[in-house]
Write a protein that binds this ligand. Structure first.
Ligand code: PLP
Length: 393
């Protein structure tokens, strides 16, 4: 692969491995095991496996390796490790590198399961976690201390789409010797510049935009060769959170169209946000690509585009939000995102139901808030569907 290739070329070709048949489309190696030519060869491989030598699918497999190499090439990291889900990636990256007595600083506005891992799981094993308001750099400054091992953040928060300044947080973290782990799902590999901005480890739930068609769970941890091979791989390969070869094949094919899909989705999201802003049934339209977004300049500098998700605050609270959701026809009520199908979610009663009311309030998860993941449908059809539903509340 040429290093000079642009992301779209890498997304189609990087990491490809061909069997003796010279197949054009990537092969699915549905095999857990590999045969050695001799006992000596088996022994040698267990001492040190080369990049194209495999032992057991939990450790690695040619189809999984193609996916890992391709996403690493797109993301601009030396290596990647594919996992069974986004949460296997988040929990794996953190658990692999932390031990009792370590200190972590994390933004509080997190995907529910990420919050669970940091707040409930890591602390159970003696890791101290400090939560901050991720958009307030003074809080990061105060919380990060010498000996802080990691900072964790979602570059674009769910569901209120706050932008965290990766470069500024990385500067604070690196001064203390901490690694910066970024859950970059909402920014997508297409719009992300996380590594350039100072992220050491970038994590994706591949379930979202990378598959993009709602078929399978998957995740990936991208980082330096040392972090992936010496820290993540030993932990993941022995604890069982690896991706399946079949899923890796789907994700690999997903990467080929990722750029086209995400750009089309973001273009429609922008159109919808612009058309809906100021609607008399909405108290707020939140989209990082709108000039009215409180961090518009940062979003533009950090992400190239506003992403594929917007949030609408419906006037009239939960009852009005439910009437709106129930009146939608094209947009489905569900909780995935990054999918070809547009999806509306009511965070307060579903994805964030578990949070106490005061935390929901702090995070801006109001009863009227609806998260809209914009799909690949025609933008005018979507706008008509949403406008009609807003007219019925
Ligand atoms: C979905 C998601 C995850 C978890 O991914 P799964 O594939 O569902 O395990 C983690 N972080 C963010 C920001 C997500 O949106």
């Amino acid at each position: 692969m040429a290093d000079t290739w642009k992301a779209r070329t890498k997304a189609v070709h990087a990491g490809s491995r061909r069997s003796q048949y010279g197949e054009l489309s990537e092969a699915i190696f549905l095999t857990q095991g590999f045969v050695y030519d001799s006992a000596e060869a088996a022994e040698a491989r267990f001492i040190e496996a080369g990049p194209d030598e495999f032992i057991y699918a939990r450790y690695g497999n040619p189809t999984i390796a193609m996916f890992e190499d391709r996403i690493a090439a797109i993301e601009g990291t030396e290596a990647a490790f594919a996992t069974a889900s986004g949460m296997a990636a988040v929990s794996g990256a953190l658990t692999a590198m932390l031990r009792a007595g370590d200190h972590v600083v994390s933004s509080r506005a997190l995907f529910g399961s990420c919050l669970y891992v940091l707040e409930e799981v890591l602390t159970r094993y003696g890791v101290e976690v400090t939560f901050v308001n991720g958009t307030d750099l003074a809080q990061w400054e105060e919380a990060v201390r010498p000996g802080t091992k990691a900072v964790f953040l979602e570059s674009l928060s769910n569901p209120t789409l706050e932008v965290i300044d990766i470069a500024a947080v990385a500067k604070i973290a690196h001064a203390a010797g901490a690694l910066v782990l970024v859950d970059n799902v909402f920014a997508t590999p297409v719009f992300s510049r996380a590594v350039e901005q100072g992220a050491d480890v970038v994590i994706y739930s591949a379930t979202k935009h990378i598959d993009g068609q709602g078929r399978a769970l998957g995740g990936v941890i991208c980082g330096t060769h040392d972090f992936i091979r010496k820290t993540v791989e030993p932990y993941m390969k022995h604890t069982g959170g690896s991706m399946s070869p079949f899923t890796a094949w789907m994700m690999l094919k997903g990467l080929e169209t990722l750029d086209l899909r995400v750009r089309a989705q973001a273009e429609t999201a922008t159109k919808l946000a612009e058309a809906l802003e100021g609607h008399d049934r909405l108290t707020r339209v939140i989209y990082p690509g709108l000039a009215s977004h409180p961090q518009y300049a940062l979003a533009k500098a950090q992400m190239e585009a506003g992403g594929t998700v917007l949030s609408l605050e419906i006037d009239g609270g939960q009852a009005a939000a439910f009437r709106f959701l129930n009146a939608l026809e094209i947009v489905k009520i569900s909780n995935n995102l990054g999918d070809a199908k547009s999806i509306a979610t009511h965070p307060a009663t579903t994805t964030h139901q578990r949070l106490p009311d005061d935390q929901k309030r702090t995070l801006g998860i109001t009863p009227g808030l609806v998260r809209l993941s914009v799909g690949l449908e025609d933008a005018d059809d979507l706008l008509a569907d949403i406008s009609k539903a807003l007219g019925m509340i």
